[in-house]
Design a binder for this molecule. Structure first.
Ligand code: SF4
Length: 88
């Protein structure tokens, strides 16, 4: 903003390199995602820190629609999953 106001046309500095988002080191969701991944079940997710369960190293979430959607999606999965497959 300051650059625009001051009509500064010099090249912008490069952004500081970032890192992918991740759960806090001691986050209790970590053990939950590890358990869900090991169960090999379908997991309906929700918006929040725990959305990061969809990413490596967990890859333990199969749907992520919007805040509060996990219950509805999870219940819906129960009607369409093949016999023997479980949702969480
Ligand atoms: S829920 Fe969010 S803020 Fe809390 S420990 Fe986990 S990642 Fe960190």
């Amino acid at each position: 903003m300051r650059r625009i106001v001051e009509r500064d046309l010099s090249p912008e500095s490069k952004p500081i390199p970032g890192k992918p988002p991740e759960l806090c080191p001691g986050c209790p969701h970590r053990s939950v995602f590890i358990a869900l991944r090991n169960l090999d079940c379908y997991v309906a997710g929700d918006i929040g820190c725990y959305s990061l369960g969809v990413l490596l190293p967990f890859e333990a979430m199969d749907s992520l629609v919007c805040m509060g959607a996990a219950i509805g999606v999870g219940l819906g999965m129960r009607h369409v999953l093949p016999p023997g497959k479980h949702g969480a």
